[in-house]
Design a protein around this ligand. Structure first.
Ligand code: 0X9
Ligand code: CA
Ligand code: CA
Ligand code: CA
Ligand code: ZN
Length: 415
């Protein structure tokens, strides 16, 4: 009873603060600046303090304060030398780690938040230290680590085995794909030693998994208790809008062919320049780092998206099958492996551009730059509206297991 009454009181005070705009903290003004006010003696400093600004400290005849533009002009009018030194909001943001989201909206708690995903990867690496190692490809725009897991026998050693990459959650709202990458991690670690197929691949391949290429966007999408329908990353643009479409920001033929937008607020905004998104730079740099002795070690790759139940292969920037960077034989290989994977999961196979033209997507970059056999999977459901991005968490098990055989086909063909 006591706790309840106290909570009610807090709620009333909180409501009051909202109505009147009153707040105990000085953080409500959006345009507060950090200023340095020259005030050589105690008398001058007292005058500054009494003017109502927030005094942070005194050093060398100057007072560091937080003030509104109006307070700064008032001090100037009284003869003080007032210099703007910084932005309060930016200073506070730079000192705060990114916020974590407690959970997915009610009923969908089976999906992994960023923190839950990291915990899952840590547990897999801890429980299977011999065959799994966890590291990072770098930080997202907001400072979240982008984990990468390597699964192979003697995981700590770079052995001469075909390397295969799986990437997920390039687009924020495509949460089912985070679960797809987690399934790959769990299947190839938990199944080692008991499942014959799994053991064979772990012994003869080096499997790399990046479960989230867009951790800021994914967290933003589930913030606020309801889904946001967010696609891009969370990097601010020059016009005040937010986000770059990461799957239009890769460096191969970036912006070449009308397959992306130059308008920052657009959902397919390609960014200010190729690889301008830190998340894309991280993935590209990491893949570039797998060129060892002049040879790209990664031979095959799937980037998982949702939705439409498709298996897609390059190129996306042109409708031509055979073009610069793609011979008839190479195209035939894509079609052969892609069609067999699609037979295994019931998806529809095709060249990426048969869906629509894209430029700067990851698959064109992987193949165009590194000759990696690179596919885009569009997962469950086959069709839908915006709700197609949010299948109930009961679908996680069946829809990720549905791709086990396709993953195995890719691993086989990586040899
Ligand atoms: O548009 C995309 O980036 C992907 N589809 S999604 O609905 N997940 O956004 C498809 C990329 C594959 N490339 C082409 N279709 N050209
Ligand atoms: Ca549920
Ligand atoms: Ca190995
Ligand atoms: Ca190797
Ligand atoms: Zn997507």
């Amino acid at each position: 009873m006591r706790t309840r009454r106290r909570l009610a009181l807090v709620a009333v005070v909180g409501a009051l603060a909202l109505v009147t705009g009153w707040s105990a903290s000085a953080q409500e003004s959006p345009d507060r600046g950090l200023y340095r006010v020259t005030a050589a003696d105690a008398e001058a400093r007292t005058e500054v303090a009494r003017s109502g600004v927030d005094v942070l400290g005194v050093r060398g005849g100057a007072v560091e304060v937080v003030a509104s533009p109006a307070q700064a002009s008032a001090l100037r009018a009284r003869g003080f030398d007032v210099e703007l030194t910084g932005d309060v909001a930016a200073a506070l943001t730079s000192r705060s780690g990114p916020r974590s989201v407690a959970d997915f909206p009610a009923g969908d708690e089976g999906y992994h938040t960023y923190d839950e995903m990291v915990a899952e990867l840590r547990a897999a690496a801890d429980e299977h230290a011999e065959i799994a190692s966890l590291s990072s490809v770098g930080s997202s725009y907001e400072g979240r680590d982008m984990p990468i897991v390597k699964i192979s026998d003697n995981a700590a050693t770079d052995e001469d085995e075909p390397e295969v990459l799986f990437t997920c959650t390039m687009h924020a709202r495509e949460h089912l794909t985070t679960e797809m990458c987690l399934r790959i991690v769990n299947r190839f670690t938990d199944g080692y030693g008991s499942d014959e197929t799994v053991t064979g691949f772990v012994d003869t391949r080096e499997i790399w998994v990046i479960p989230s290429q867009n951790p800021d966007g994914a967290e933003f999408d589930i913030s606020g208790g309801e889904y946001q329908g967010w696609r891009k990353n969370r990097q601010p643009n020059e016009d005040g809008s937010v986000g770059t479409d990461l799957n239009r920001n890769f460096s191969y033929k970036w912006g070449c062919c009308g397959g992306s937008s130059g308008t920052p607020s657009a959902e397919t905004y390609r960014g200010a320049s190729a690889a301008s998104a830190p998340e894309v730079t991280n993935v590209q740099n990491w893949v570039n780092s797998r060129v060892v002795g002049g040879e790209q070690q990664i031979t095959a790759h799937i980037d998982f998206h949702t939705f439409s139940e498709l298996v897609l292969w390059p190129f996306g920037h042109t409708n031509d099958q055979v073009t610069e960077g793609m011979t008839e034989e190479e195209y035939a290989r894509f079609e052969d492996v892609g069609t067999r994977m699609a037979e295994s999961n019931g998806y529809t196979p095709g060249q990426s551009s048969s869906l629509y033209i894209t430029d700067g997507d990851i698959n064109d970059w992987m193949w165009g730059t590194h000759k990696v056999l690179s596919f885009c999977f569009e997962m469950y459901p086959a069709s839908g509206g915006i709700d197609g991005f949010y299948p109930p968490d009961e679908e996680i098990g069946p829809q990720t297991a549905r791709n086990d055989a396709a993953v195995d086909i890719l691993l086989t063909n990586a040899g």
